[in-house]
Design a protein around this ligand. Structure first.
Ligand code: FE2
Ligand code: FE2
Length: 346
C-alpha cells in the first residue's frame, strides 16, 4: 500500500468512526424525483378472497374486526416497512356481521371509503355515522373511533392512513380506549347540522375550528359528478372533485386529501404528472391507466398506486358505461412544503 492510499484508508476509517458521511462519496443528487415505489395494481379478485379466508380462520390467525385488513404493500418498499405509497398505507378491511372493531385513536389520520355492504356504523368522538356504499368516512387525528357491523353481510372498505409519513416523522401515537366501544353522546348528524351541510354555519354554537365533516354521502358525491358541465371537465381527470373541509374549503385532512373522478363512456384523458403519490380505487366500471408507459387495466374493486412524477393518463374502457375512480394522495403535505409541481403535455 502506498503512503497516499494508506493515508486515505486511515482517513475514511476515522470518518466512519466519527459517524459522519462524506458528501463527495455519495452518488450525484438526482435531477428530479426518483420514486421509491413502483406503479402497481392489486386486484379485488386476489385480495378479497384472502381477506374472506382470514375471516374464516380467525382462531388460527388471531384476526378480528379491528385488525382484519390486508395492507396493499407496494413492492418498491422494503418489508417489513410497509406502505402503498411513501406516505400512505391503504388496505382492504372486512368486518363480519356482529363484529366490532374496538375503539382507539392515533395521530395518523384515517379515511374509509365504503366498497361493499351497507349499514355498519362508525362512532367518532361520540357521534355515530351509518356507512353505506360509496360513502367516505373520516377519522381525524386523535379522534376516538370504533366500528360495528350489525348487518347480516360482511362490509368491505378501503382504508387509508398516513401512517408511513407519521412514522417517518417519528410522530406516531396510538392509544386504546378503556372499553371496547365508546358511548354515543351526541344526536345523529350532530356535526353535519352544525356545519350546515357545509354551506351554512350554526351562529350560536359554531363548529370548532378543526371540525371536519365526518361523512361524505355517496349520493351527494355522485350528484356533484353528474352535475359537471362540459367546460368544467378536466383534460387530465374528467369530472374531478376533491372532498373538501367544509369550514375553509381546504383539503380533506392535513396529511391526505381525497378525490373522486368520473370518466364518461369512452373518455380518454391527456397525460400529466405531479409530485403527489396517489392511491386509486376503481369504484365503478373498467378502464386503463397508463403510468410511464406501463398499462394498468383495472375494473371495479381494483386498487393501484401511482408514484410521484410519473406520467399518467386514464381511459374508460367501455363505450356504454361510466367509470369512477376514488383516490387519496399526499397533496396537502406537498403543498405545505411548497413541493407540489405539475407538468403536462397539452
Ligand atoms: Fe384506527
Ligand atoms: Fe394526475
Amino acid at each position: 500500500m502506498t503512503d497516499a492510499s494508506a493515508q486515505e484508508k486511515d482517513y475514511y476509517d476515522r470518518v466512519t468512526q466519527a459517524d459522519v458521511t462524506p458528501l463527495w462519496k455519495l452518488p450525484p443528487m438526482p435531477a428530479e424525483p426518483r420514486p421509491s415505489i413502483v406503479p402497481y395494481l392489486w386486484r379485488w379478485d386476489t385480495v378479497v378472497p384472502l381477506i374472506d379466508e382470514a375471516g374464516r380462520m380467525d382462531q388460527t390467525l388471531n384476526t378480528g374486526g379491528e385488525r382484519r385488513a390486508l395492507i396493499l404493500a407496494n413492492p418498491g418498499i422494503q418489508r417489513p416497512l410497509f406502505g402503498t405509497t411513501p406516505s400512505i398505507s391503504a388496505a382492504i378491511q372486512m368486518i363480519k356481521p356482529g363484529e366490532t372493531a374496538n375503539a382507539h385513536r392515533h395521530s395518523a389520520v384515517a379515511i374509509r371509503f365504503i366498497l361493499r355492504g351497507s349499514g355498519a356504523t362508525t362512532v367518532v368522538e361520540g357521534e355515530r355515522v351509518i356507512m353505506e356504499e360509496g360513502d367516505l368516512v373520516l377519522t381525524p387525528q386523535m379522534t376516538w373511533h370504533d366500528h360495528t357491523n350489525p348487518k347480516a353481510q360482511n362490509i368491505y372498505w378501503l382504508d387509508a392512513l398516513d401512517v408511513p409519513l407519521t412514522m417517518y416523522l417519528n410522530a406516531y401515537f396510538h392509544e386504546p380506549y378503556y372499553e371496547n366501544v365508546q358511548p354515543v353522546i351526541v344526536p345523529e348528524n350532530y356535526t353535519a347540522n352544525r356545519l350546515g351541510k357545509g354551506l351554512l354555519r350554526n351562529v350560536y354554537n359554531p363548529p370548532e375550528e378543526r371540525a371536519l365533516s365526518l361523512i361524505y354521502k355517496w349520493k351527494d358525491t355522485y350528484d356533484a359528478l353528474l352535475g359537471v358541465t362540459e367546460e368544467d371537465i378536466s383534460p387530465f381527470d374528467g369530472a374531478y372533485f376533491e372532498y373538501t373541509n367544509p369550514l375553509d374549503g381546504g383539503h380533506t385532512l392535513p396529511g391526505m386529501s381525497c378525490f373522486i373522478q368520473r370518466l364518461r363512456p369512452g373518455e380518454q384523458t391527456s397525460a400529466h404528472r405531479h409530485t403527489t403519490s396517489t392511491v386509486y380505487h376503481a369504484y365503478r366500471g373498467q378502464g386503463t391507466t397508463i403510468i410511464n408507459g406501463e398499462r394498468m387495466d383495472w375494473r371495479t374493486g381494483d386498487t393501484f398506486a401511482l408514484p410521484s412524477w410519473a406520467w399518467h393518463e386514464h381511459a374508460n374502457g367501455s363505450d356504454s358505461e361510466e367509470a369512477v375512480l376514488f383516490s387519496v394522495s399526499d397533496l396537502p403535505v406537498l403543498e405545505n412544503l411548497d413541493l407540489y409541481r405539475e407538468e403536462d403535455r397539452l
